[in-house]
Design a protein around this ligand. Structure first.
Ligand SMILES: NC(=O)c1ccc[n+]([C@@H]2O[C@H](COP(=O)([O-])OP(=O)(O)OC[C@H]3O[C@@H](n4cnc5c(N)ncnc54)[C@H](OP(=O)(O)O)[C@@H]3O)[C@@H](O)[C@H]2O)c1
Length: 286
């Protein structure tokens, strides 16, 4: 794979966090990066790094069509599509409204599928590759993480099918599975959870009150102990540019360890491990 501004790369969800850091890292490595942001003002700091911001909400067909047209009129080959955009979605299954489930899947799965469908002709022509950012929660689910983990498991399944479909056509599909990464995502999830908690009935509160109260602190501790967005971006950029990519990369030792053990530990033992970890964040008993 050539690494010069003769090549295009696209990063979705590049306003903050790993997406912004990956856009910068790929620009530093010589790519012309089209970085998806939802608001013009979020593109300003990327311009300084030599990145071209494009307005892209991955759930908006008009935005996707405009991005596709932008790529089609560019003579440079599209070498990498990094599907990074994502939203949090913690909450117990019973009390997470169906509309909320749909919104999470709309962004964390269907939006990526729509972007891939639109850009595949350009990727095949450019002998490019697809990098899908999933999560440790795409391989391991636990109490309180159901909606988010379901969307990330679905992204993993989609990626496995796509990898096999595109293998004969020269487009590698790579999955990157981050553990905790210090970004704004944890904070976004916390605001949602306090709304969810406030809407629970007394009976639901009896069942899930402790869990809903523990989740923000669990998420915060997990991400704070994690990697920086810049460290994560180096792994994502490697997955996007290395000559012979692996099918999967993890980010962080916790993700590598937990994904590794989840492949052979019995479910009940994994359940005990994840529950014990959550319980450290329950309110102290008075
Ligand atoms: N941080 C972690 O610990 C962690 C762990 C595992 C996996 N991940 C995954 O890593 C990816 C990046 O997350 P991050 O931690 O860097 O969080 P982040 O800073 O919150 O970044 C998420 C990005 O997605 C964008 N986005 C949200 N909805 C979108 C939509 N409908 N269309 C286009 N873009 C949209 C956001 O844009 P706005 O600013 O406009 O909202 C933002 O640029 C996500 O897929 C996330 O699930 C994160």
């Amino acid at each position: 794979m050539t690494t010069s501004s003769e090549s295009l790369a696209i990063v979705t969800g590049a306003s903050t966090g790993m997406g912004a850091a990956t856009a910068r890292e790929l620009a530093r490595r010589g790519y012309h990066v089209l970085a998806g942001v939802r608001r013009e003002r979020d593109g300003q700091s990327l311009l300084d790094a030599g990145v071209e911001p494009v307005i892209l909400d991955i759930t908006d067909p008009g935005h996707i069509a405009a991005l596709t047209a932008r790529v089609e009129q560019d003579p440079r080959p599209l070498r990498a599509l990094i599907n990074n955009a994502g939203i949090p979605g913690a909450g117990p299954i019973e009390v997470t409204p169906l509309d909320e489930w749909r919104r999470i899947f709309e962004v964390n799965l269907f939006g990526h599928v729509a972007v891939i469908q639109a850009l595949l002709p350009a990727l095949v022509r450019g002998r490019g590759r697809i990098v899908n950012i999933t999560s440790l929660n795409g391989r391991l689910s636990m109490a309180g993480y159901g909606p988010y983990a379901s969307s990330k498991f679905a992204m993993e399944a989609m990626s496995d099918a796509l990898r096999n479909e595109l293998a004969p056509h020269g487009v590698p599909v790579v999955v990157v599975e981050p553990g905790g990464v210090k970004t704004a995502m944890a904070g976004h999830g916390t605001a949602r959870l306090s709304d969810l908690g406030a809407r629970m009935s007394p009976e639901q509160n009896e069942r899930y009150g402790d869990l809903v109260q523990a989740l923000p602190s669990h998420v915060a501790a997990f991400t704070e102990a994690g990697n920086t967005a810049e460290e994560a971006a180096r792994t994502i950029a490697k997955a996007a540019t290395v000559r012979r990519p692996r099918t999967r990369y993890t980010i962080g030792t916790t993700a590598a360890f937990l994904i590794g053990v989840s492949r052979f530990l019995p479910d009940r033992l994994l359940d005990r491990m994840t529950t014990a970890d959550l319980r450290k964040h329950y309110r102290p008993v008075r």
